[in-house]
Ligand binder design. Sequence first.
Ligand code: CA
Length: 307
Amino acid sequence: MLVGRAAGLSDTGRRRRQNEDAFVCEPPLFAIADGMGGAQAGELASRLAAAAIEEAAAAGDEDGVAGAVRAANARIFERSLSDPAVAGMGTTATVALVDEHAETLTLAHVGDSRAYRYRAGELEQLTTDHSLVAELVRSGRLTEAEAAVHPHRSVITRALGTEAEVEVDTLSLRLEPGDLVLLCSDGLSAMVRDDEIARLLDESGRDPYVASEALVRAANAAGGEDNVTVVLFELLEGQPRPAAGAAAAADRLPVTAPADEVTSEPVLEGVVQRHGAGKGSRWPALLLVLALLAVAALVIWWSVLLR
Ligand code: CA
């Protein structure tokens, strides 16, 4: 098997001024971080987490994705101690790593962002929310319906960066061809019910690009009360590709996806969008074309002058 198309999409939503979510969509590594802490702190926390997770995974942290999450925790906590302006900042982190044969998914998770698997028309939540309302539901003191509208539903009980040590949930599961794996921040899961998410995945023809846009649109249509971030990828039958030489800094994480060959035009305003592997900006090509046009214009101008 291999990781097929992969899409990452983040939107500020309709109520917030800033986007404090961050994501990683670098097949076979995927992650979501939803920052908190006011001012710029939440944004900093989620960005530090995403960067630390990418670095630790690329370096082949021997404790795998859980080690990457702990490394991210340490980095945010240290920054928090050294900079009073961002003291107390924190973030969620949900990390997914596909093994080199694309047979196993390993998850590491802290907070209330989520990982889901969509298989054969069924959407299954793979992670457990570390949130106040989820704990009240688990202990039978709140129903799912009450939790969905609870005023403190965004309060999380575990976060990265707020303590020197963090307890990380880990989970490994087998993948099958045709599986879709979805990571999202609560800006999606609090606004769009699971059955609606499943319906949109199905309706999109299981295309990660189309589906991620549909999910973000649905969250905004439902009120868009929070930043909404979606990372979505598919598993396909086929041979994994070998690592793409020196370009794949992560030698221990061979790039198995053809995803970086695919790009799609952004269709949503104010959206951070990275389809495929998130590399390969079109800017260098555009600048080259502009430079060539400028040279051509000069040549024509000179030839007219010299006549
Ligand atoms: Ca959030």
